[in-house]
Design a protein around this ligand. Structure first.
Ligand code: GLU
Length: 512
């Protein structure tokens, strides 16, 4: 194929962009970059009843946050604009009329009540899925059943109508999907979908095909939920005379609940307390809120890496990929067919890996900001040192301050359980001796020096350091566990350390 690849992400601005949509955008982005093609974004807003203000901006910001912004979009139009379907409204009718002319579509004048009556009739006759189709259309009010004059009169009178596709009665529709291979559907299972609505807007189906054609889209990479619509789309390409340049299809596997039972939903995520949206969202109409990966502390690199692996894998053991490496390794052939489990622990694991790759200065700056939000202060240098000893122990940047408060705030209370088990005469003796050692020490108080002095104190008192270590930590931090203690000592400094030990010796009593 020597045609330039052009792919598109075509979200509807009906609320926060679901993480599955972000994955679709990512795969489109990766494929475009891999093939030297173009990645477009088209806003599919023909369903104006479902339009939500702010949703488009949300999509734009989410993709920018992840570094996968489209090259052509409503915000950066290329030659195929406009990039919002509502602004393309005047373009669609001609194609619907063309279909009518060729006998592949028809006007339908049925009212909502008449449609409902049809459904009731069919349900009473035990028809499993009552539809407007090649059989039922013969009993409805449309340009196939009404006389030409009557149709003309109704149109002239301004009677509301829709335009429906005329699905052939008995035909096999075949389509090739790059992930699933050949998909064959019998036309008797398809219904006569509406193409133009009574408000003059096209439906998703017509607009999608017309736009993909006019925007010279070569590959349609989208979620599996659109696979059932694909045969209809193939027929539309055929009837519009565009089959030769019809895009290739790739339908991405579903995202499943963590236990693999069914489709991942917002409710599952809320119940289990993890995000399935890229950023926080508040619906301006309903006030409904959704938690975002960004605000939860996920790094964009981690989210990208996590999403890339939801349905794709490189075929070997490698798991950590930068965006450029993903581009390099990506191929549609390596996307799986079956649904993929959404395992938030994997996302956390990725976050930990990428967090560790941040420099101490970067994480220190983050920590400093958090500390200042709490009304405290710290030098950049000290914040970087704390970040250094904490970064292997946390999942999210904000965990650093949460888990290192003791570095700035001396304990006033002590972990009761550890105190009752570990605070004993040995600990008191070693710590008392340690304070003396500290007082006489005048060199740089490095972690090694802190350790050497403590060993000396243990030796002098004749107790084993290993046995009192947890009590030592308790005295200085108030806690039973934490980062490398000698590094903690060194960052706290001699004076602060001595002050804390003194307080602990005065406050903690030995329990028997
Ligand atoms: N507007 C559709 C959606 O919201 C796009 C489907 C497609 O890519 O064809 O997912």
């Amino acid at each position: 194929m020597n045609q330039t690849v052009r792919v598109r992400f075509a979200p509807s601005p009906t609320g926060a962009l679901h993480i599955g949509g972000v994955r679709t955008a990512l795969y489109n982005y990766l494929f475009a970059r891999k093939t030297g093609g173009k990645f477009l974004l088209r806003i599919e807003d023909t369903d104006q009843a479902r339009f939500v203000p702010g949703a488009e901006e949300y999509i734009q910001e989410a993709l920018a946050w992840l570094g996968i912004s489209p090259e052509e979009s409503p915000w950066h139009p290329g030659d195929c604009g406009p990039y919002r379907q509502s602004e393309r409204k005047p373009m669609y009718m001609q194609y619907a009329l063309d279909l009518i002319e060729k006998g592949h579509a028809y006007y339908a004048f049925d009212t909502a009540e008449e449609l409902e009556a049809m459904r009731e009739r069919l349900t009473a006759a035990r028809v499993v899925s009552p539809q407007y189709n090649s059989i039922t259309r013969t009993q409805m009010k449309n340009s196939l059943t009404l006389s030409e004059d009557e149709v003309k009169a109704r149109l002239a009178f301004g009677e509301p109508y829709v335009i429906r596709i005329k699905i052939p009665r008995k035909e096999e529709v075949r389509l090739h999907d790059m992930i699933r291979g050949w998909v064959v559907v019998h036309s008797s299972t398809l219904d006569d979908k509406v193409l133009m609505k009574s408000d003059g807007m096209p439906t998703y189906h017509l607009a999608n095909i017309v736009d993909d054609h006019l925007m010279k889209i070569t590959h349609v990479i989208r979620g599996e939920e659109w696979l059932p619509s694909a045969p209809l789309h193939v027929l539309l390409y055929r009837y519009l005379g565009w089959e030769d340049t019809m895009p290739q299809f790739a339908h991405l596997p579903l995202l499943l609940k963590p236990d693999g039972n069914g489709k991942l939903s917002k409710r599952d995520a809320e119940k289990q307390g993890f995000p399935i949206f890229p950023m926080d969202w508040k619906d301006p109409v309903t006030g409904e809120t959704a938690m975002g990966f960004r605000e939860a502390g996920y790094l964009p690199e981690a989210v990208l890496n996590f999403l890339a692996f939801l349905g794709w894998n490189p075929g070997d053991e490698r798991e950590l990929f930068t965006l450029d490496e993903l581009v390099e390794a990506f191929s549609i052939e390596r996307i799986g067919k079956s649904g993929t489990k959404f395992d938030i622990n994997k996302a956390k694991w990725y976050n930990e890996q990428y967090l560790r790759e941040k420099t101490d200065a970067e994480l220190g700056a983050f920590l400093k900001a958090d500390i200042e939000k709490d009304g405290l202060g710290i030098s950049e240098d000290k914040a970087a040192k704390i970040a250094h000893i904490m970064k292997d122990r946390v999942t999210f940047p904000q965990d650093i301050w949460r888990d290192s408060k003791f570095m700035l705030i001396a304990p006033t209370t002590f972990d009761q359980e550890v105190a009752s088990k570990k605070w004993n005469q040995e600990a008191v003796s070693v710590l008392t001796q340690y304070m003396e050692e500290l007082e006489g020490f005048t060199e740089e108080f490095s972690p090694e020096a802190a350790k050497a002095l403590l060993e000396k104190a243990a030796e002098t008192t004749g107790f084993k350091l290993g046995k009192v270590m947890q009590a030592v930590r308790l005295a200085v931090t108030g806690l039973g566990g934490g980062p490398d203690l000698m590094a903690v000592f060194s960052i706290l400094g001699k004076e602060e350390l001595a002050k804390r030990i003194k307080f602990a010796l005065e406050t903690l009593s030995i329990q028997s």
